[in-house]
Design a protein. Sequence first.
Length: 384
Amino acid sequence: MAEDHPIRYFDHAATSWPKPPGVTAAMVRAIEDAGGNPGRGAHALALAAARVVASARGEVAALLGVPDERDLIFTPGCTYGLNLVLKGALAPGDRVVVSAVEHNAVVRPLTVLAAAGVEVVVVAADREGRIDPDDVDRAVREAPTRAVICQHASNVTGTIQPVGDMADVAHAHGAVLIVDAAQAAGHLPVDVRALGPDAYACSGHKGLLGPQGIGALYLAPGFQPRELIEGGGGGDSADTGQPTRRPDRYESGTGNTPGATGLGAAARYLREHGDALRDLECTLTRRLHEGLVEIPGIRVLGPPPAEERAPVVSVVHERVPPDEIALALERRAGIAVRTGLHCSPWAHQTVGTIETGAVRFGIGYGLTGEDVDVALEAMRDICR
């Protein structure tokens, strides 16, 4: 970071920083006052740990509209949750339909599964990274399909996909819908009952404002992917078979109690302040977007300023490489952004930036209108 400038953090699409009030304190309390192993013992500290994890699960479930909190699984992150579902629900001979803008957290597991005999059908997106549900419907109609897979929002373009329509298409043909919600949960209002996914995988440390190393996975009732790992679950240890009840089936081993507690505190904060935060993110995103499109030589990826998007704004310049822009932003104004392909080569291929990558501004908690104005002025100077 440039020594002469305060840090202005525009990398929320990678991880949120700073965390809202209460998150760090909740994690410290979980270590100091509830330091036992949840579900592994009846002594006071083990019971205290079980209570804080149960409370956190309830907070996250309430935020996401999960009717039965037992259907809310804590995972080490969104990538783990997606791997659990993809590898647990798909078998050789199955057919899946997936969008052409997915993150490597989906693409790489599917590559492994394709090598094992899963048929992967890719549906193209438009230049803004948007998937047409009619195209998905046509692809699903061509042959029996086990799953439709899509992201809720893009980490490259900010494009929001019509998840509810995708769920209708999948269910009309007997398929399940698996959603990567890493860039949506927290940034967008989410009610899984209304959206209708069979699996909805969330990253805890991005829009949900929790710590790193924790995620949440919603599994709809009746959708039973195989567990990814087996082991101790704190229940009937005499039974050598894996528990079938939720969430124990999918949470083998000692979980991340401090992480879950921090995520629960973040979810509580979002339940109280999420509407105001989302309004601010929308305002700042549009302000940044509208300012960037006015800079000569700049192309903003994704939907135009008038359309709704997740709080992500990625740009390329016709002459200045992304890495040079990022370095100059930090040196001149302390602005932290991310460049490259953002673990999403499919998305960059779709929008035509696979050779260059892009500069990505991620809007989130802690940013202000002044930060956006400073970023715009710095971009004008750099691109001039």
